[in-house]
Design a protein around this ligand. Sequence first.
Ligand code: NAP
Length: 520
Amino acid sequence: MTELLSNYVCGQWQNGKGAGTTLHDPVLGTELIRVDASGLDLAAAFAFARHKGGSALRALTYAQRAAMLGAATKVLQANREAYYDISTSNSGTVRNDTSVDVDGGIYTLSTYAKMGEGLGDVHFMHDGDPARLAKDPLFQSQHLLTPTRGVALFINAFNFPSWGLWEKAAPSLLSGVPVIVKPATTTAWLTQRMVKDVVDAGIFPAGAISVICGGSAGLMDQLEPFDVVSFTGSADTAAIIRSHPAVTQKSVRVNIEADSVNSALLMPDEALGSEVIDLLVKEVTREMTVKSGQKCTAIRRVLVPESLYDNVAQALSARLAKITIGNPRNETVRMGAVVNRDQFKAVQDGLTYLKAQTTVLYEGSTSELVDADPAVACCIGPTLLGTRNASGSDVADRVHDTEVFGPVATLVPYRNNDLDHALQLIRRGQGSLVASVYGSDPIALSKAIPELTDSHGRVHIISPDVAAIQTGHGNVMPQSLHGGPGRAGGGEELGGLRALNFYHRRAAIQGSTAVLAQLR
Ligand code: NAP
């Protein structure tokens, strides 16, 4: 039998009491490790984190907690190769794709360590300036932000076992709020290992960070009014979280990051041969293939003027044809596997569903694999679909509301010189995490931006002047907001120090100016 991963709760490593779930290598099919959380005393685990971890963290200042994040960054950097090995075997990712998760997580943690230094040796934050409540300035209102005296429960998706941990834990720990992370079962190994390294290094006080690997049963039941829960995953599970009594009756604060049908938009005024078209083609190819398309931010819909539809289809197909698929251990392979058999089947089912309303412009799902057995490996090549018929209310509607969580995108033409038409089509996604816009005219681009910002958490503009330095449509940078309205879950994460708001309570203090001055 394979090794059973321990959970870290109540300041101790504890094994689940059951046989557990076995994690597999999605390329070789071999058994890797088991995870199990059954039989843990969850009430004790949450109480320990909430009281012991919370009070120890709150006794420190922001700058002291930022220094801990900095120390944790160094520990993770020192163990980076072990994380790459786990990722290759458990997620089936090539090195570049592993980097998005592992290095993306470490970078996010280090960014919060740096931002936190500037918050200084204080225990709460001011929110704005005092405001007079009467003609006489003696009596005023000042808003304060204080860390919530609860625990932060993170329920995470399988596709980012590292980044998904640190993008949530960094702002929470910096705020002084202890963390309990429940990674997705399929890829829990990497999250557990990173927590273990940080725990073994003795950086955070007891109870500051806990990890529970295995099923989610009972976790939400532990939440109390001052706790928070941050969920990343599918819209279906999000609905279960939102309707749990902890949220509906105890007002536990909840943040949801769900799925999204993100768009890339080529502006109407770009002529054939424009550098901007190349930039679009490169970015769409990258987004379709990085992590085998298993990114919540990946481009799913590509909107181009109808006169350029055929040209863009050809250019994208030519690029996609160069992608080698198979065993990530082979250096010639550009794209590895999807995470497991279930996801492999879900991608195939999703393709069948979309194909009923679209044309296949590039078929990669039957591509030959390098160094991998197609009967075993969960590897699937990229497929580009297209539809000239995505405008009506009853035709080709699936492209706007179906997220195939794999290397799949659909090309959608809009009427020539009709930006409004393109924007209407994008809005049919019902709210997304990110849209990227490709153009060379700064004025035209700036006019399009406010048309997208109420329905997207992030708008990424790619123009020739930033081609070499732009950070990528799908890469979530800690400085920028992550999350989106509507279908995307309505959540907000990151965005620099804005992320700390979720872990703080805001209160208005009404009092004498002399008292308020003492709070400075
Ligand atoms: P999922 O099936 O919804 O699972 C997400 C997490 O919820 C897992 O940890 C899962 O645990 C847990 N869970 C399942 N049932 C639960 C329940 N009844 N109560 C509490 N927790 C429960 O999603 P996934 O397949 O891992 O992730 C893929 C999806 O996530 C995609 O749709 C993708 O777009 C989305 N995603 C969004 C973002 C974003 O930031 N917006 C980022 C990444 C992924 P088990 O694994 O143990 O079942």
